[in-house]
Write a protein that binds this ligand. Structure first.
Ligand code: SAH
Ligand code: SF4
Ligand code: F3S
Length: 475
């Protein structure tokens, strides 16, 4: 049987694929299989689409063969990400044919950023698709499915005028479905920055912040359901702005201070940030809030001022390094993570060396790096001087070797340290759990399942390929 997930690579927070915990099926209700590509925002959206469908009687399944509805929540960030959707749709078409021949219904929906960017094109290229629904309209999914069942091929990619967050039928159940001890909470969506390589401003629309009261409600519901760590999400999360109870203009720093007051909410994170929106209040929050974890994903993309300018990042390498200094002064134990693009049009060897130099100066704990991928409709696509793929490949290899070395050095540097560990889920061995370090590492430790959700003190004893090992400190 076709395994849709088998060919897909592992999770990255910047446009990889992320497995989502789903509820298990019950009885003979309609079943939906949701496959999530792309960033954490899509993970959150998949949860919410699951909620919207649950209120229509759907249960989620992890087996695509069982599903009456297969929903691909897609990513358009790089060409590869978009291509994956079409190959998945090819496999689904065959499955649907077989199913229909046996007299069983199977519907196929495409959601997310490819849906938004390619709309009609998807219906043309993939005739088996019943519904195409963009990220701003997924609250209309139940309605769209009804129309599709009546024979229509539905496209819903307008930017909806109503607030999708308010219109989610399952909104009040969001907390129940999260079930884990960590959860995402979208506070901001869209982007007005228009970096010249990036599709996000086109697929997600312009920057919108959710109101404070909505965010606080959702955070409290999550905590009531047992969540201990909340990661605030936004394409430009530090551009979040709202109005405080006193009518004052609030930024992300103020929001974090307020969230840190919620009893039981032990840990806060946020992602992804733009260097231009790291204001004083936010940096101060890193200094003063114990709940705010010392880990920051702050993409710079490149180390050459010429390339940064061509990318429309609107800061220099020196601006970025100064910012890092200030953040490290405020919170000396902070671990930094970043995103990099190699082979942006016009990037010379010397420009690339600037990127390596910047990486050497910063010393990242973690990072994601990509070959520049030409995206139709973005200004970068029209630039001459596209870089040869072989050159991109060679630069990527060198950059990744350096970043990996730094990542290992960071992990090695943790050995011997005593840290707080949030126990998250069962480990590979019985009586072992996996927890999260303040720096977002997975840590294996001997502990009982009943302790999931506890924060315990451990000493890091060693490193593995993708995780750390620790022993409990008896108190
Ligand atoms: N909002 C975030 C990033 C969102 S996209 C920010 O501004 O930092 C996640 C990452 O994908 C980006 O940081 C960038 O490194 C990468 N990316 C985006 N467009 C790309 C493209 N056309 N080719 C290669 N990588 C790209
Ligand atoms: Fe894309 Fe730039 Fe916006 Fe990030 S800030 S989402 S990279 S346009
Ligand atoms: Fe991809 Fe859309 Fe996220 S393009 S990275 S899923 S915002």
């Amino acid at each position: 049987m076709t395994d849709l997930t088998a060919t897909l690579p592992a999770a990255t927070p910047s446009g990889g694929d992320i497995a989502i915990p789903q509820a298990s099926p019950v009885g003979n209700a309609r079943k939906v299989f949701i496959k999530t590509y792309g960033c954490q925002m899509n993970v959150y959206d998949s949860m919410r689409m699951g909620d919207a469908l649950a209120s229509e009687g759907y249960v989620t399944t992890e087996t695509v063969e069982d599903a009456d509805l297969v929903l691909l929540n897609t990513c358009h960030i790089r060409e590869k990400a978009a291509d994956k959707v079409y190959s998945a749709l090819g496999r689904l078409r065959d499955m649907k044919k077989e199913r229909n021949a046996n007299g069983r219904e199977m519907m196929i929906g495409v959601a997310g950023c490819v849906a938004q960017a390619e709309g009609e094109e998807i219906l043309r290229r993939a005739p088996a698709v019943d519904v195409v629904i963009g990220p701003q309209t997924y609250h209309r999914l139940p309605q769209a499915l009804k129309r599709a069942r009546a024979g229509e091929r539905v496209i819903e990619t307008d930017y909806a005028v109503e607030d999708k967050f308010e219109h989610l039928p399952g909104a009040e159940r969001a907390a129940i479905r999260s079930r884990g001890v960590t959860a995402f909470l979208t506070v901001q969506e869209g982007c007005d920055k228009f970096c010249t390589f990036c599709v996000v401003p086109y697929t997600r629309g312009s920057e919108v912040s959710r109101p404070l009261s909505q965010i606080l409600d959702e955070a409290k519901r999550l905590v009531d359901a047992g969540v201990r760590e909340v990661t605030l999400l936004g394409q430009n999360v530090n551009a979040w702005h709202g109005t405080g109870p006193d009518g004052a203009a609030w930024g992300l720093g103020d929001l974090l201070y307020r969230l840190a007051e919620i009893p039981g909410l032990a840990r806060l994170r946020y992602t992804t940030s733009h260097p231009r929106d790291m204001d004083d209040r936010l940096i101060e929050a890193h200094q003063n809030l114990r709940a705010l974890m010392p880990y920051l994903h702050l993409p710079v993309q490149a180390g050459s001022d010429r390339i940064l300018k061509a990318m429309n990042r609107r800061h220099t390498a020196a601006d970025y390094l100064r910012l890092i200094e200030r953040i490290r002064t405020a919170r000396p134990d902070i671990a930094l993570s970043g995103d990099f693009i190699v082979g942006f049009p016009g990037e010379t060897d010397a420009d690339f060396e600037d990127t390596l130099r910047l990486v050497e100066t910063v010393e990242y704990a973690q990072a994601f790096s990509f070959k520049y991928s030409t995206r139709p409709g973005t200004p970068g696509a029209d630039l001459g001087s596209q870089v040869d793929d072989a050159v991109k490949a060679e630069r990527l290899e060198r950059l990744q070797a350096l970043l990996l070395k730094q990542q290992h050095a960071f992990a090695e540097g943790c050995v011997g340290k005593t840290i707080d560990l949030l126990l998250e889920k069962p480990g590979r061995m019985p009586d072992q759990l996996i927890g999260r370090s303040p720096w977002l590492q997975s840590v294996n430790v001997d502990a009982k399942t009943s302790q999931i959700g506890d924060i315990i003190q451990v000493r890091i004893t060693g490193t593995g390929p993708n995780s750390l090992f620790a022993e409990r400190i008896e108190r």
